[in-house]
Design a protein around this ligand. Structure first.
Ligand code: TMP
Length: 215
């Protein structure tokens, strides 16, 4: 059985978590081993880097380098071994978040992010066109920034990103749209401004449409 890699994306407050859990159960019901993880994070080293990225002031390049360093460790220690075993990896955020947050949100150079992506995610080194580890499917929870802000208000003590103004999240959402336009076959865009059940139906449908769960 070949491994399956699904990432979940969206601006803060888009409401990914319950659906990730529910999808994990749907795969387990098919007898699949599921690895639940997140970025930045997923290994002891990457979790330490996460604390810095989420809490310490730094410029956008430093942020980008730290999230890619965390991603490299996560890929080496967790994601690639799990995919090699044939497991299902459900990852709360992956590289699209770097393009959306550091690229579009913070204004860091999209081209440099592409270079970092090709270094960090290369499956084999030395080829002219490296094959990259990419999710089989990216579920993008798309929600207007103003609604996400209402959902987040007072929910918990905001971290560095959650406390950004509305305009930042509008830019982040535009970054996700740009990533989707560049690789639309990999993306399922879900309208996250619906009831929990309606969002779940769309999530479930998109995974089955991709042939990752039986119809
Ligand atoms: P989370 O709270 O959804 O776990 O995400 C952590 C925060 O880190 C979220 O605000 C998005 C941000 N982030 C980046 O800025 N760049 C990245 O590459 C990733 C993966 C997350």
């Amino acid at each position: 059985m070949s491994g399956i890699f699904i990432s979940f994306e969206g601006i803060d407050g888009a409401g990914k978590s319950t659906h990730i859990e529910r999808l994990a159960n749907a795969f387990r019901a098919q007898g699949r081993e599921v690895v639940l993880s997140r970025e930045p994070g997923g290994t002891p080293l990457a979790e330490r880097l996460r604390q810095m990225v989420l809490n310490d002031a730094m410029d956008a390049m430093t942020e980008a380098l730290l999230v890619f360093a965390a991603r490299r460790d996560h890929l080496q220690q967790v994601i690639r071994p799990a995919l090699d075993r044939g497991d299902v990896v459900l990852c709360d955020r992956f590289t699209d978040a770097t393009f959306a947050y550091q690229g579009s949100g913070r204004g860091f150079d999209w081209q440099i992010l592409s270079v970092l992506e090709s270094w960090v995610q290369a499956k084999a080194e030395g080829g002219t066109t490296p094959i990259l580890v990419q999710p089989d499917l990216t579920i993008w929870f798309d929600l207007p920034a103003s609604i996400a802000a209402q959902r987040l208000a007072g929910a918990r003590v905001p971290d560095k990103f959650e406390s950004q103004p509305l305009a930042f999240f509008e830019q982040v959402a535009a970054g996700y749209a740009k990533r989707q336009a560049a690789d639309s076959a990999r993306f399922a865009r879900i309208n996250a401004d619906q009831t929990l059940e309606a969002v779940w139906r769309d999530v479930d449908r998109s995974v089955r449409a991709q042939g990752l769960l039986p119809c």
